[in-house]
Ligand binder design. Structure first.
Ligand code: BTN
Length: 274
């Protein structure tokens, strides 16, 4: 286990604990994955509101067991431990976290258009700038033990810092804005906005959340192909999300279906899928 770091972005650990109004902040210069560490801490009893943050991840994880490229000083790599009293519908968590990240980026970068690709990718300039990995543990009685929500945001990377296969589909916030974005300011907003939405996730998304999603919805009204494991791609149009967090998809034949998981690619764009 790597030793904990004494500070981050020029702030001492105690300053960050005060700034983020919580006693449980764990900083690492380099770690395999902040989500894995947050899960270990949660299993050892870490309270709700615990934050794990690293300057570099050697084994950053994305959804579908993909790798999250996490070079030193390049991005914001942060995970939260939550302990919701109940979690009747885990599908809403990535959607809520994605909304929180979108709002946080918008607050940090006034005037930059951000989007969310269902369920939880952050899109800037039609490229992927970030993603969410939420992981839940359950007690033997079927109650939520803990919920870990990890956020990865590309901040300072240049095009050549991404692996070649990602260069057409990934972007950093510095690349998008042409300036050096403050990771500290971004972390302030991410912590506030993600915690406000994910500490006690509702069973279904109310009109406020659905309205927020509609504003950021990058897939809405786009012609897409949907692929499920072991099946041929199906063509149709994304038409929004349902209160239970599923994607509403109108098949070319006219029928509308709700998707819980699927790979969705936009026909006319190189879809950021990584
Ligand atoms: C995705 O888009 O596939 C989700 C990416 C999530 C990456 C973040 S970085 C911080 C946290 N630790 C991890 O190992 N993964 C998440």
């Amino acid at each position: 286990m790597s030793p904990e770091a004494a500070g981050w972005e020029g702030q001492a650990l105690d300053e960050l604990k005060r700034r983020w109004a919580r006693p449980h902040v764990h900083l690492y210069t380099r770690i395999d994955s902040t989500n894995s560490r947050a899960k270990e801490l949660a299993c050892a009893g870490a309270p709700a509101g615990t934050i794990v943050l690293a300057d570099e991840q050697s084994g950053g994880r994305g959804v579908a067991e993909r790798r999250w490229h996490s070079p030193k000083g390049g991005g914001l790599y942060i995970s939260f431990v939550f302990r919701p009293p109940s979690l009747p519908n885990p599908l809403v968590v990535p959607v809520l976290a994605g909304l929180g990240v979108a709002r946080a980026v918008e607050r940090t970068l006034d005037g930059v258009a951000v989007g969310v690709k269902w369920p939880n990718d952050l899109i800037v300039a039609d490229r992927k700038a970030g993603g969410v990995l939420s992981e839940t543990s359950w007690t033997t009685e079927g109650m939520p033990g803990h919920l870990v929500v990890g956020i990865g945001l590309n901040v300072h990377q240049g095009a050549s810092d991404f692996p070649p296969q990602l260069r057409d589909v990934a972007i950093s916030l510095d690349m998008a804005t042409g300036r050096t974005v403050s990771r500290l300011e971004l972390a302030d907003f991410v912590i506030a906005e993600v915690e406000a939405r994910c500490a006690a996730p509702p069973e279904s998304l109310d009109s406020r959340f659905l309205g927020q999603f509609e504003r950021y919805d990058w897939l809405r009204n786009r012609r897409c192909a949907v692929t499920k494991p072991g099946a041929a791609p199906v063509q149709g149009t994304a038409v929004g999300i349902a209160p239970d967090g599923t994607l509403l998809f109108r098949l070319d034949g006219g029928a509308q279906v709700c998707l819980t998981t699927a790979r969705v690619t936009v026909n006319e764009l190189p879809t950021p899928e990584y």
